[in-house]
Design a protein around this ligand. Structure first.
Ligand code: KG4
Ligand code: ZN
Length: 338
C-alpha cells in the first residue's frame, strides 16, 4: 500500500493556508493570517483576495519545504471550493487547478464546512476520532450549524442560525467594546478573570435546533451605550465582567441547543469545530458535560479549529480513497451546502 500525499489549499476567508498530508497525518500546515483587516474592524473582501494572491505561492513553497516533500511526489491537489468569499475562493481554486494541470495529478474539491467537521479525523496524538453517528456543532465567523454526521460524506443539517453566526456575535460585541478585530479570542481572554453573572443578557427563544444572535447582539450594544452614557469609563472599569457575561450567555445558548439535539436524536457523541471552538469557555462546558450528562465530546487541537488547510487535506485524503475527483471545469462556489 503506497502512501497518499495530498497538497491542500484553503482561501475561503482571510487566511491563506497550505498543508501537506501523508495519508491522515499532517506533515505541514502553514497559515498566513491577513493583518490588513484589523484596522477596518472586519474582513474587507477586496483586500482579502489581493492578499491571497500575494501569499499563495510563498505559503505553498513553505508548506512543501516544511513537509520535506517534492512537488513530484504529490498524489493530488485538494482545495476549498466554498462556501466563502467569492474573490478569495477564486484565488485558491485557480491556483489548485493550475497546479493539478501542471503536475498532471487529480484535483479534489472540498466543502469548507465539511472540512471543519472532518478535521476530527486528522491523526494526532492529542485527538481522538469520533465514532459515527455523531453530532457536530460547527461554530465559526460565518456559520453556526448543528449537523448529524452519519458517515464521512453523509451529513444532515439539523439546525442553523437564522441571522448572525456565533463568531460574528463575538466579533461584533468586541467591536462595541473597542477591541480590535477579530475580537473573539480577546473576549475569551478577558472573560477568564471576569464574573459571568455580573450582567444579564437575554437568551433568545428560537424554535427547534435553530439559532438567532441578532437580538443578543443588539441588546449588548444598547446595554453598553446606556451604561457609557452614564459612566464614560464603564467599559474600562468592567471589561472582564462584561466579556465573561457575554461569553457565558453565548455558551448557555449553545449548550441548550446541544442538550436538545441529544434528546431528539439520542446521540451523545458531540464534536465541535470551527474557529469559535477554540473558545476556552465552550471547551470547558463540553468537558463538564462529559461528567454531568454522560456525553462523549470531541474537541480538536487549536490549530485545527480555526481556518487551516490541514482540515481541507483530510477531506482530500478520504475523497482520494473513494476516487472522488473533480474536473477542470469546476469553479468556486460562494454558497455551498454540505
Ligand atoms: O473558522 P474560522 O477561523 O473562520 C471562519 O470560517 O469564519 O472562525 C473565525 C471566528 C472569528 O469570529 C473569531 O473571533 C472566532 O472564530 N474565534 C473565537 C476564538 N478564537 C477564534 N471566538 C471566541 N473565542 C475564541 N477563543
Ligand atoms: Zn472556517
Amino acid at each position: 500500500n503506497e502512501s497518499i500525499y495530498i497538497l491542500a489549499i484553503e482561501s475561503s476567508c482571510d487566511d491563506t493556508s497550505v498543508a501537506v498530508l501523508k495519508n491522515n497525518t499532517i506533515l505541514s500546515n502553514v497559515v498566513a493570517s491577513q493583518k490588513i483587516h484589523e484596522e477596518y474592524g472586519g474582513v474587507v473582501p477586496e483586500l482579502a483576495s489581493r492578499a491571497h494572491q500575494q501569499n499563495i505561492v510563498p505559503v505553498t513553497d513553505q508548506a512543501l519545504a516544511k513537509a520535506n516533500i517534492d512537488k513530484k511526489q504529490l498524489s493530488a491537489i485538494a482545495f476549498t471550493r466554498g462556501p466563502g468569499l467569492l474573490g478569495s475562493l477564486l484565488v485558491g481554486t485557480s491556483f489548485a487547478k493550475s497546479l493539478s494541470l501542471a503536475l498532471d495529478i487529480p484535483l479534489i474539491e472540498v466543502n469548507h464546512m465539511q472540512a471543519h467537521i472532518l478535521a476530527h479525523f486528522i491523526k494526532a496524538d492529542t485527538m481522538k476520532t469520533p465514532a459515527f453517528p455523531f453530532i457536530a456543532l460547527t461554530i465559526s465567523g460565518g456559520h453556526t450549524q448543528i449537523v448529524k454526521v452519519k458517515d464521512f460524506f453523509d451529513m444532515e443539517i439539523l439546525g442553523q442560525t437564522l441571522d448572525d453566526a456565533v463568531g460574528e456575535t463575538f466579533d461584533k460585541s468586541a467591536k462595541v467594546l473597542d477591541l480590535p478585530y477579530p475580537g473573539g479570542p480577546l473576549i475569551d481572554k478577558y472573560a477568564a478573570t471576569g464574573n459571568p453573572y455580573a450582567f444579564e443578557f437575554p437568551i433568545p427563544k428560537v424554535k427547534d435546533l435553530d439559532f438567532s444572535f441578532s437580538g443578543l447582539k443588539t441588546s449588548i450594544l444598547y446595554f453598553i451605550q446606556k451604561q457609557t452614557s452614564q459612566n464614560p469609563n464603564f467599559i474600562q472599569e468592567n471589561l472582564e465582567d462584561i466579556c465573561a457575561s457575554i461569553q457565558f450567555t453565548i455558551i448557555q445558548i449553545l449548550m441548550r441547543k446541544l442538550k436538545k439535539v441529544v434528546k431528539k436524536t439520542g446521540i451523545k457523541n458531540i464534536a465541535i469545530g470551527g474557529g469559535v471552538s477554540a473558545n476556552s469557555g465552550i471547551r470547558k462546558a463540553l468537558k463538564a458535560a462529559e461528567k454531568e450528562l454522560g456525553w462523549t465530546t470531541y474537541i480538536p487541537n487549536f490549530e485545527f479549529c480555526t481556518d487551516n488547510a490541514g482540515m481541507i487535506g483530510i477531506v482530500g485524503y478520504y475523497k482520494f480513497k473513494l476516487g472522488q475527483f473533480t474536473s477542470q471545469e469546476t469553479s468556486a462556489k460562494a454558497r455551498y451546502h454540505i
